[in-house]
Write a protein that binds this ligand. Structure first.
Ligand SMILES: [Zn+2]
Length: 303
């Protein structure tokens, strides 16, 4: 039986060679974006699931028909920056410019202004928390960039694991607030150990049963799991021998099996767009009682 909690299914749409580990290593890359998106759109159409695609502005600019097609299929289009540069490499002003350009490119392709943002490499951390004020000023309604566990490449220790109304002056604190922007943190699957199994490499590496257990654990507490993939991760044709064994492992491990993994997750759980879940949390004080945290989060809250 499917769980009643609606989870967030998201895809970050960029070129496969835009990944941090590959962008400098791959020379003369073959374009795979259209065939990769087609694989994912087919899968979603067969399962009748709507998802959010966080699209790089340059991709929307260069492939407007592709992005229009995704929107025409009923999926949400959010922004994934304009150039796919992580926020660590940008100033606040440059980020503001990135948002402006990606918003315009998406609007040109789809006729609709995006309301959600995902930072390349989940790069919204204390170092770059000015991003939240920029998103608010740009009339975005939600952000989905906070990875509430520290990993070698990104993440924020101690950030909330549940969706919350985000305070630009204290963006990683879980406290009653009524701000314009909702944060949908990426799923971590155990309140104490916080396994970062929300998607990408981790979803490709870990067995389906563990992913299911993780989503079930969050859903049992009434919390949505926000998970993410890249369309290219469903396309074995992207595998290239021209990078080191380590980069090959992190970038391509599990690609052949990811499609059936996602199908199993779609059969087990309910998924929808990020905007739809963010709307539910837009007035979170109605939904979350901060006075009586659920027992499983108590140890974490009191730390
Ligand atoms: Zn990305």
């Amino acid at each position: 039986m499917r769980s009643p909690v609606e989870n967030v299914l998201s895809f970050d749409l960029e070129h496969w060679y835009s990944a941090t580990l590959l962008r400098d290593a791959v020379t003369d890359p073959t374009e795979r974006i259209e065939e990769s998106v087609e694989i994912v759109l087919d899968l979603l159409a067969r399962r009748g699931v709507k998802a959010t695609f966080f699209v790089v502005g340059e991709v929307a600019r260069d492939h407007p028909e592709l992005v229009a097609q995704i929107a025409a299929d009923g999926h949400e289009i959010g922004s994934h920056g304009h150039t796919h540069r992580p926020l660590f490499e940008l100033t606040r002003e440059q980020f503001s410019h990135e948002i402006e350009r990606s918003t315009a490119a998406i609007q040109d392709a789809t006729g609709t202004m995006p309301v959600g943002f995902r930072a390349p490499n989940f790069s919204v951390t204390p170092r770059t928390q000015w991003a939240i004020a920029v998103l608010e000023a740009s009339e975005y309604q939600y952000d989905s960039s906070v990875f509430p566990v520290r990993t070698p490449m990104y993440g924020v220790t101690g950030a909330p694991v549940r969706p919350y109304s985000i305070d630009p002056t204290a963006p990683f604190e879980d406290r009653p607030a009524d701000h314009a922007l909702v944060e949908l943190p990426l799923a971590v699957f155990h309140p104490r150990f916080k396994l970062p199994v929300a998607g990408g490499f981790y979803a490709r590496l870990l067995p389906t049963q563990l992913l299911q257990w993780g989503i079930r654990t969050l859903n049992a507490r009434g919390l949505p799991a926000t998970i993410y993939f890249h369309p290219w991760e469903f396309n074995p044709a992207v595998k290239t021998p021209s990078v080191t064994a380590h980069k090959r492992f992190v970038s391509f491990h599990g690609i052949n099996r990811l499609k059936s993994k996602l199908e199993t997750l779609l059969d087990t759980f309910t998924f929808t767009t990020a905007a739809s879940v963010a709307r539910e949390y837009a007035n979170e004080n109605d939904l979350v009682s901060y006075d009586t945290p659920s027992p499983v989060f108590q140890s974490e809250d009191s730390r």
